[in-house]
Design a protein around this ligand. Sequence first.
Ligand SMILES: [Zn+2]
Length: 348
Amino acid sequence: MDNKMVYFMLVVHTEPPLAATGKSLPGIIKISHSHKMPVTWVVTQDVALNFGNPNCELSKAYGFSLKDLCAGAYDVSGIKDEVGAHLHPCTHLGTKYGELKNCTSNIDNYAINRLPEEEQYKLMEELTNTIQEYVDIRPKTFVAGRWAESADGTTLRILEKLGYTVDINLPFFKPVGKSDWTGARYYQPYHPNRQNVLRLGDSPVLLIPQTVLPPKISMSPKSLILTDDKVLWPSVQNKDQMQTVFERYYKLKEMWSPVTMVIYMHSPDGVRKDILQRLDWLLSYVSSKENVVFVTPQEYAQIFNRKHGDKNPEKVYLIPAYTAFLAKIFRSFWIRASNIYHILKGSK
Ligand SMILES: [Zn+2]
């Protein structure tokens, strides 16, 4: 029954500014639920504190709570959303990172992989407990802020300890560093290696890669985002491009199962009418296809594990050898050039 299906997820990075998030969510919910799409809200600590349950001040002010969304009690659709965890050290309360003012421009301040293991653990544990206390569910899906989990498995091992079962990531995104992503899987979820999340292993956590465009020669694959952000593309303004990517993944279902697609957006972006229109368009387009099911990451993980257990499926896609070769050359050149730049800068 799982054969030749595509499982489609919408993951919303739910984070400050809180007022924008409060205004934005009802619009995202309305459109998603009208297409029977359960939304996956991965939330920061301050979002859990302020929107966790119907008694929170901001829940009252904006008319929704994460607890109601998970229980299917928000609207008549009865759709049950999922709440997971999203960690940005700079928005975490009660830590020195909360004082960082430039965290929107300084990528380091976003990145938990810059922190030693004990500090990562402390933040992750507090975040998890806050969600449990306020939303009344134990989160099992995690997305690192800026996808900056430790490539060496530090974050993964913490996830295991705290009972997480799904980690959505873009394992080759920049903050993960000078990692060699050429062997990584970006079309298929996998159980990663505890010492290197880019490689296959036997972690019980399922790593679900963000849906990406095929990689260019020089750089990492680009993820699909619902925004007109200048940094990541494509914007869904370009519907042809969106369709091309969708069709590519859609075809994969002839080669392996269960295929998944993960689209993401940031919570404050839902205040924008054009973005909501694109979301609406995308969900209608995808709904019109046969053999596509809208799911949450936890639902997907169950389907995946029913089929593969804790084993990893055979890889269905390799980037062509010449692409991998050129990427390696370019990368080592780039690392060398930036080292020389830093040496020159330091000697001044
Ligand atoms: Zn974020």
